[in-house]
Write a protein that binds this ligand. Structure first.
Ligand SMILES: Nc1nc2c(ncn2[C@@H]2O[C@H](COP(=O)(O)OP(=O)(O)OP(=O)(O)O)[C@@H](O)[C@H]2O)c(=O)[nH]1
Ligand SMILES: [Mg+2]
Length: 611
C-alpha cells in the first residue's frame, strides 16, 4: 500500500500533539500552554483501507516569518528543504476553533507556501460550548482550503480527518489569491463564516479577575502549592504503609525460606532492602503528578508565570524561562530541552544552569525519606502537616536558590537589556478524567521503569561491591566493612566528615550520581547488608533515624537541594549547549554550593541541637 506523509503545523497550543497522539496512539506530552512540544516527533498509523499515514508533529509557531529558528525549521520542513527530511505530501494545518482570529492568520501564511494542505478545525467541542458557530462550508469556500472539524481529545474526534486521509483524494494545492493584506483577509473570512457569541467566555474573565488579581494572585498561588505538598504527605500515608507492610512480609518469607548465602543476601538486601526502599515512594510521586497534571491542563500555569514575571525579571530572568523552569519540577531534562524556545543565548544558558536547582521528582524519595524519618509528624495550627510544610520549604529553597544564582550571573552580564514577557493566556479547561488517569499511569510506569532499569542496575553493582571480597579470617566487623564499597566509603569519609556524612552515606552518594533516587536504594542496601543476617531491614527510615543525628539528616537534605546527582541531566546539558565546559561549570558550581550549604546546615544544627 502507498504511504501518505503529513505534517501537523499550527500556532502553539492548538492541539497538534493531542491530534498526533489520537491518530498514532503515541503518548507525547500535551498541556494547556504554549510551547510544550520542542522537538519534532514522528509516528504513523494504518488507515482502515490499509493505507499507511506517516505523521509529523512539530513545535507550534506564531508565524512563518523567518524570525526565529522554530519558524525557519517549520517552514523548511513544509517545503521539503530540510536535509534528511522528506517533504510532506500534505500539510495539516491545525487551528483552534475558539481562537480563529489569531489562528487564521497562520493558516493564511501556510497557504502562501503553495503546498497541498487542509485545515483541521480543532477544539470544535469547546467552540460549540462557547456558542461560537462556524459555517465550515463557507469557511472552506472563502479560504479555498478543505476544512475538517476535529476534537483531538475525544475517542473518535478525528474520524473525519482519518476518513479524508484514507480517501486518497488528490492533495489540493490552494489557490493563492494574494491581496497582501493578511488582516483584511482574516477579517473578511471571519465575517463570512463565524458567528461569535456576544460575550466570549465569561468564566475565563471571572476566574482571571480572581486568580490574576494584584492582591490575591500571589497568595492564591502560594496556597495552591501549599495544598499540593500537604497532600503529598497526608494522602499518601495509607498506601505507603501498605507497601511497607508487604515488603516486611516478603522479607519475612525470604529469611525463613532461603538458606543463608549470596542468593538470600541479594534478594533480602539488594531487592527488598534496596529497591523496596524506593518503591515505597510511588504513592507520593503519583499524588504529586496528579496535581502537576491538573495544573498543566487547567491553563493556570501560564497565569502563574504572569504573576511571577516581576519577581523573575528582578532576578535577571526572562518570562520565557518560566515554562522550562516549571517543567524542571518534574524532571530537569525536558526542562532543559524546553529552553530551546529562549532565543537570547545568554538567557538560555542562565536558565539551563539553574534548571537543576528546581526540585525534580527524583528528589522526592530522598526528601520524603529524610523528612519522614527525622522530623516529627505533628500538626501546625492543628491541621497543617509539619512534614508537608518542610517539603514545601524544600521546593521554595530550590526556586529561591535558582533566582539567586541567576541574579549573580546577571551581575556579570554587560548587556542588561530586558525581554518583556509576551505570553498567551489559554482558556481554562477542566481536565478529562480519562486523560488524567492515562497521564498518571504513564508516570507510574516511568517510575517503575526507573526502578527496574537504572536503579536496579546500579544497585546490583553496589550490592556486588558491598559483598566482595568478603570477610577475612577472624574479622569482627560486619561483612561490608571489608568490602570494596566499604573501603571506598571509609576512604572518602574524611572529605565529607565536616558536613556530617558517615561512611555509609559516602558509599550511597557514589551510585547516587547516576540518578538521585538511587541514593535511597543504595542506603537501603548498605544498611541491609550491615544489619544482622536474620532480619531484613525494610524500614530504612526508622533505621537511619536511630543511627544518624538530626544535623546529618538536614545536611544531606541541603546537599540534595544543590548537588547535580544525575548523569542524564549533565548529558542533556552537554547535548543542548554542545559544550563540555558548560557541563563542567554547571556541575562544579552545583557541587560547590551543595558542599557549602550542607556544611552550614550541619554546623548550625550541630551547634544548636548539640548532636
Ligand atoms: N476541549 C478540547 N481540548 C483540546 C482539544 N485538542 C487539544 N486540546 C487541549 O489543548 C491543549 C493543548 O494541546 P497540545 O496538543 O499540547 O497543543 P500543541 O498544539 O501540541 O501545543 P504546542 O506543542 O505548545 O505547540 C491541551 O490542554 C489539550 O488537552 C480539543 O479538540 N478539544
Ligand atoms: Mg505539541
Amino acid at each position: 500500500m502507498d504511504t501518505l506523509t503529513i505534517a501537523l503545523v499550527g500556532n502553539p497550543n492548538c492541539g497538534k500533539t493531542a491530534l498526533f497522539n489520537q491518530l498514532t496512539g503515541a503518548r507525547q506530552k500535551v498541556a494547556n500552554y504554549a510551547g510544550v512540544t520542542v522537538e519534532r516527533k514522528q509516528g504513523h498509523f494504518i488507515a482502515p483501507s490499509g493505507r499507511k499515514v506517516q505523521v509529523l508533529d512539530l513545535p507550534g509557531t506564531y508565524s512563518l516569518d523567518a524570525m526565529g529558528p522554530d519558524e525557519i525549521i517549520t517552514r523548511d520542513i513544509c517545503l521539503g528543504r530540510r536535509e534528511g527530511e522528506t517533504m510532506p505530501d500534505l500539510i495539516v494545518c491545525v487551528a483552534d476553533a475558539t481562537n480563529l482570529r489569531l489562528h487564521l492568520r497562520f493558516v493564511m501564511e501556510v497557504k502562501r507556501l503553495g503546498r497541498p494542505m487542509i485545515l483541521a478545525l480543532n477544539m470544535m467541542d469547546a467552540a460549540r460550548k462557547r456558542g461560537i458557530t462556524i459555517d465550515t462550508a463557507k469557511l472552506e469556500a472563502e479560504l479555498g482550503v478543505r476544512v475538517i472539524e476535529t476534537v483531538a481529545v475525544k475517542a473518535n474526534g478525528t474520524a473525519d480527518l482519518v476518513a479524508h486521509l484514507d480517501a486518497n483524494v488528490a492533495p489540493h494545492v490552494p489557490d493563492i489569491r494574494e491581496t497582501g493584506d493578511l488582516h483584511g483577509d482574516v477579517r473578511r473570512i471571519l465575517n463570512a463564516a463565524v458567528v461569535m457569541p456576544q460575550r466570549t467566555s465569561l468564566i475565563d474573565d471571572r476566574l482571571d479577575g480572581i486568580l490574576l488579581n494584584p492582591f490575591l494572585g500571589i497568595p492564591i498561588l502560594m496556597v495552591i502549592m501549599f495544598v499540593v505538598f500537604q497532600a503529598v504527605f497526608t494522602w499518601a500515608t495509607p498506601a505507603m504503609e501498605a507497601i511497607e507492610a508487604s515488603m516486611a512480609w516478603l522479607g519475612g518469607v525470604v529469611t525463613q525460606t532461603l538458606p543463608d548465602g549470596l542468593l538470600k543476601s541479594f534478594i533480602a538486601d539488594a531487592l527488598i532492602g534496596g529497591l523496596g526502599a524506593v518503591i515505597v515512594f510511588l504513592p507520593q510521586i503519583i499524588i504529586l503528578f496528579f496535581f502537576i497534571l491538573i495544573l498543566e491542563e487547567s491553563g493556570y500555569l501560564p497565569r502563574a508565570a504572569f504573576l511571577l514575571d516581576n519577581l523573575m525579571s528582578k532576578a535577571g530572568l526572562t518570562g520565557r524561562s518560566f515554562i522550562p523552569l516549571l517543567s524542571s519540577h518534574a524532571c530537569a531534562i525536558p526542562g532543559i530541552m524546553a529552553t530551546r524556545s529562549i532565543h537570547d543565548i545568554r538567557d538560555r544558558i542562565t536558565t539551563i544552569m539553574i534548571a537543576p536547582l528546581m526540585t525534580c521528582s527524583a528528589r522526592l524519595p530522598v526528601y520524603a525519606l529524610l523528612i519522614g524519618a527525622f522530623l516529627p509528624n505533628t500538626k501546625v495550627f492543628g491541621f497543617l502537616s509539619f512534614q508537608g510544610l518542610v517539603l514545601f520549604a524544600m521546593y521554595i529553597t530550590g526556586i529561591f536558590s535558582g533566582l539567586m544564582v541567576s541574579l549573580v550571573i546577571a551581575l556579570f552580564r554587560k548587556d542588561k537589556s530586558e525581554h518583556p514577557l509576551i505570553m498567551e493566556l489559554p482558556s481554562y479547561r477542566l481536565p478529562h478524567v480519562k486523560n488524567l488517569a492515562i497521564g498518571l499511569g504513564e508516570r507510574a510506569m516511568i517510575f517503575m521503569r526507573r526502578i527496574t532499569g537504572i536503579i536496579f542496575t546500579v544497585n546490583t553493582l553496589l550490592w556486588v561491591a558491598s559483598t566482595f571480597p568478603g570477610k577475612p579470617e577472624g574479622g569482627t566487623l560486619p561483612n561490608i566493612d571489608y568490602s570494596f564499597a566499604g573501603m571506598v566509603g571509609h576512604w572518602i569519609e574524611p572529605i565529607f566528615a565536616p558536613i556530617g556524612f558517615n561512611w555509609q552515606i559516602c558509599v550511597a552518594l557514589i551510585p547516587g550520581l547516576a540518578a538521585r533516587e538511587v541514593a535511597v536504594s543504595a542506603l537501603g542496601t548498605v544498611y541491609a547488608i550491615s544489619g544482622s543476617d536474620d532480619t531484613v531491614a525494610t524500614q530504612l527510615g526508622s533505621l537511619i533515624s536511630s543511627q544518624w543525628t538530626l544535623a546529618t539528616a538536614l545536611s544531606l537534605m541541603a546537599w540534595y537541594v544543590f548537588a547535580p546527582q544525575c548523569l542524564s541531566t549533565l548529558a542533556v546539558i552537554r547535548r543542548e549547549t554542545n559544550s563540555w565546559k558548560m557541563v563542567g561549570v554547571t556541575a562544579g558550581y552545583l557541587f560547590a554550593l551543595a558542599y557549602v550549604a550542607a556544611f552550614i546546615t550541619y554546623q548550625i544544627t550541630h551547634f544548636f541541637v548539640g548532636h
